[in-house]
Ligand binder design. Structure first.
Ligand code: COA
Length: 172
């Protein structure tokens, strides 16, 4: 386990034992229409382990992030969430910093994610870290809501790396 800040621990997701933890968090955080299938979570846990983390506070899992490297140098934040009673304490920020910095270590030079256009908390957080809206994804979600494609690249990517990644690098 790796101590990050006051009472918050981040640990890398273990595909053999953390599937249930991630599923439970996902069920608690997202509406049923927004949840991934068990099969997809299983696939993600197995294939994106290096960049996926669970946040622990008060001795229990309170948040998670799943990210993957796809193709040439592209990082993709696939899912991030924090239990409602633990929000606005920096957990989401730490999960994103850690996951993105691990992908940077493995060579990504930009990061993308998708977000519902109505998701102001998440959009605010992503903007704060340097992401910007690059495209509108019409009816991207299964309930018909549009999404934004947000990207962290160029100077804002370099700014992120300079600001966050030297201090968050940890031995594997
Ligand atoms: C988005 C989410 C992960 C943020 O997690 P968090 O731990 O609360 O985030 P942080 O505490 O690190 O917030 C960092 C900053 O983001 C912004 N932010 C976070 N929540 C916000 C809100 N409800 N309203 C406005 N700004 C918000 C703020 O600028 C905040 O800094 P501040 O608290 O100093 O003002 C969390 O709200 C969540 O799990 N939401 C439901 C799941 C979800 O929508 N996931 C994203 C799917 S793309």
């Amino acid at each position: 386990m790796i101590s990050m800040m006051g009472g918050l621990l981040l640990r890398r997701c273990d595909p053999d034992s953390d599937m249930g933890v991630i599923v439970n968090l996902e069920r608690a955080i997202f509406r049923p229409s927004e949840q991934y299938t068990l099969g997809f979570i299983n696939w993600l846990c197995r294939n994106c382990t290096r960049y996926s983390f669970i946040a622990i506070m008060d001795g229990k899992p309170v948040g998670y992030i799943i990210s993957c490297i796809e193709g040439f140098g592209r990082g993709h934040v696939i899912s991030v969430g924090v239990l409602s009673e633990y929000r606005r304490r920096g957990v989401g920020t730490e999960l994103l910093r850690r996951s993105i910095c691990e992908m940077v270590r493995d060579g990504v030079d930009y990061v993308i994610l998708e977000v519902r256009v109505s998701n102001t908390p998440a959009i605010t957080l992503y903007r704060k870290l340097g992401f910007e809206v690059r495209d509108l994804l019409r009816a991207y979600y299964s309930d018909g809501e549009d999404g934004y494609l947000m990207v962290l690249d160029n100077e804002r990517f370099r700014g992120f790396v300079n600001r966050y990644c030297s201090v968050t690098k940890q031995p594997t």
